[in-house]
Ligand binder design. Structure first.
Ligand SMILES: [Zn+2]
Length: 73
C-alpha cells in the first residue's frame, strides 16, 4: 500500500509563536531553522532528528516513509 508522504509542514516558533509553512527536504534532515520573524535559530530537540519533528505539524519524510526513529542515522 502506497503511503502518501506529506512534504508541507507548518513550523511554529517556540520563541515568538510565528507560524510558517515550509516544504521539507526528502533526502536530508534540517537540524537548524531560523525563524523569519524573531530571527531565533531553532534547533531540533533532544531525541528529535530535525526541526520539523520538533516544531512542525508533520514528522519529516523519512519517518513517515519508514517508521524509523531518526532520519539521520
Ligand atoms: Zn520566532
Amino acid at each position: 500500500m502506497e503511503k502518501e508522504i506529506v512534504l508541507q509542514s507548518t513550523i511554529t516558533c517556540p520563541n515568538c509563536g510565528h507560524e510558517k509553512e515550509e516544504t521539507m527536504p526528502t533526502d536530508a534532515c534540517q537540524y537548524f531553522y531560523e525563524c523569519e520573524s524573531c530571527k531565533q535559530v531553532l534547533k531540533a530537540k533532544d531525541g528529535d532528528c530535525c526541526v520539523y519533528c520538533s516544531y512542525g505539524t508533520v514528522a519529516c519524510p523519512p519517518i513517515q516513509d519508514g517508521g524509523k526513529s531518526s532520519c539521520c542515522s
